[in-house]
Design a protein around this ligand. Structure first.
Ligand code: BGC
Length: 383
């Protein structure tokens, strides 16, 4: 496919050169009297007409340490290549400086558009300004690019909605209303996302909007007292740090008291919490409710095995699709689909956005949402 595209692009370049060399106006119509184009030429003409023909998109992704970003990158690369774009896809393995250099290099290559899922968007403002000066438009992917006027569009999920979905799941699964009436309580600890990621801040807001009243009246008891974002955020979404926190909790001062709910903002945290619980001797009998985000393959397997209670399914295929319409818009002057023009203020401008809807998945609905939806096959989940 790649070879075919390269061939088609090469042909289209030859055509373009020939057109430039002639004095006749550029036309896609064959002059009267010429033969119908051969099949290969038709394909070449079609490829030359493809929205991405002759254009390159630079995609800067945060890390391959978590499955979701691998899927995001792969989905976007495929969809863009299908439209004729060349794609430069790079991962920075959560190294902020590496991401800055990768974006700088893409600007040096004069890509036609940049798609950035930031590690620390605060560190990118200078390169974003460089891109703007070079006339390269930027799309913020999943994570909002803060403090810059160089961003054209934002493709993401309803990030506060992720938080409310997690919290509402907890309220229902533990029937907190009944617990409140009966004067019962559950212990809960919070594991929130990276402080340099706007998504993490919004997610925490969404969670607290729902759970704060239960914390206030004692239906939920946070033994460590750590409920604020500042106290519960985990830099770079580190699984190791989440595991360490869980180990400290389970072996320390609160070791004698079962943890009922681990309110975790990420599947990676849930894996770390699971390891800590197993090491501390937790069994099916006292296994807590553990939340997550991304519905990674391992997370869904853990849900089936009863080691994680739920996750938030975010269809990265759909997100990639929405982002691709934005790339086309900035490169070819078309209109992308936007469904939010008020929420995502990056401190400089309100970035026009398309927000996909996050969906809570657990053992009761993963078959319908994940398997029937074609996200993972039953074989993948069984393997
Ligand atoms: C994304 C989440 C992801 C997290 C850690 C966030 O910005 O929105 O889907 O779990 O980063 O990678």
């Amino acid at each position: 496919m790649k070879k075919l595209l390269a061939f088609a692009l090469a042909l289209s370049m030859v055509f373009a050169l020939v057109a430039c060399g002639s004095s006749a106006p550029a036309s896609t119509e064959a002059p009267a009297g010429t033969e119908a184009p051969a099949a290969g030429e038709t394909a070449a003409a079609a490829a030359a007409d493809a929205p991405g023909a002759g254009k390159t998109v630079g995609i800067a992704m945060p890390t391959q340490s978590s499955e979701r970003w691998i899927n995001d990158g792969a989905n976007m690369k495929k969809q863009l290549e299908d439209l004729g774009y060349e794609v430069v896809l790079q991962y920075a393995e959560d190294d902020v400086q590496m991401q800055v250099s990768q974006v700088e290099n893409m600007i040096g290559q004069m890509v036609d558009c940049l798609v950035i899922a930031a590690i620390d968007s605060g560190a990118l403002t200078a390169v974003e300004a460089q891109a703007k000066a070079a006339g390269i438009p930027i799309i913020a992917y999943d994570r909002l690019l803060m403090d810059t006027d160089a961003v054209s569009y934002y493709a993401s999920f309803d990030n506060k909605g992720v938080g409310t979905a997690i919290a509402e799941y907890i309220v229902e699964a533990k029937d907190l209303e009944a617990a409140r009436e009966a004067g019962e309580s559950y212990t809960i600890e919070f594991f929130m996302g990276s402080p340099d990621d706007n998504n993490a801040v919004l997610l925490h807001q969404g969670i607290m909007e729902v759970l704060q009243p239960y914390l206030d009246d004692g239906t939920l008891v946070c033994k460590t007292g750590r409920t604020s974002f500042e106290d519960t955020c985990i830099l770079r979404w580190s699984q190791e740090t989440a595991q360490q926190w869980a180990e400290n909790y389970l072996s320390g001062f609160y070791a004698d008291e079962d943890l009922d709910i681990a309110c975790s903002a990420f599947d990676g945290f849930a894996y770390g919490i699971r390891s800590a619980l197993e090491a501390a001797g937790y069994t099916e009998e006292n296994w807590p409710l553990i939340t997550g985000q991304d519905a990674e393959l391992m997370a869904v397997k853990n849900i089936i095995a009863g080691k994680q209670t739920m996750s938030i399914y975010k269809d990265t295929r759909l997100l990639a699709e929405k982002c691709v319409t934005m790339v086309n818009a900035v490169v070819n002057g078309t209109e992308p689909e936007i469904n939010d023009t008020t929420t995502y203020d990056n401190n400089v401008l309100v970035v026009p956005s398309y927000l996909c809807t996050p969906v809570a998945v657990d053992a009761s609905n993963y078959q319908e949402i994940i398997v029937d939806g074609g996200y993972y096959t039953a074989e993948q989940l069984a393997g």
